[in-house]
Write a protein that binds this ligand. Structure first.
Ligand SMILES: [Zn+2]
Length: 120
């Protein structure tokens, strides 16, 4: 087995796969592989190291958006905090049309600082 055939099958964790077919598809190299341990078919696309780096950065950004580290603020103060970014966006949608203008999604840390200023 050549090094070019190494590819981890997430299903059984084996890195021994065999390439059954390689094609030029969607502007990149596509391969159909079979896991030698469990026989599962795996489909892969080759990406450059630069594309991989961008993908990992996007993944990291997505995980930050999924953390309950966001808040909704407006001219009337802090509406809700410790939300995921999607929850904050939902919250903002619910508040739209109320008498609070200038609604925005900020980090929970920023909301915390605003709360302290309100008290002071
Ligand atoms: Zn497998």
């Amino acid at each position: 087995m050549g090094l070019g055939e190494l590819m981890r099958h997430a299903g059984c964790n084996s890195i021994e796969t065999q390439v059954l077919n390689s094609r030029w598809r969607d502007d990149r190299v596509w391969r159909k592989r079979v896991c030698r341990k469990c026989g599962a078919r795996i489909f892969t696309y080759e990406i450059t190291a630069e594309e991989y780096k961008l993908f990992m950065q996007a993944k990291e950004l997505q995980s930050q958006l999924d953390e309950p580290a966001w808040a909704v603020i407006g001219s009337l103060g802090v509406h809700a905090t410790d939300l995921t970014h999607a929850e904050a966006a939902d919250q903002m949608e619910k508040l739209r049309g109320t008498n609070d203008s200038g609604l925005s999604v900020v980090t929970a840390a920023v909301a915390e600082r605003l709360k302290k200023q309100e008290v002071a």
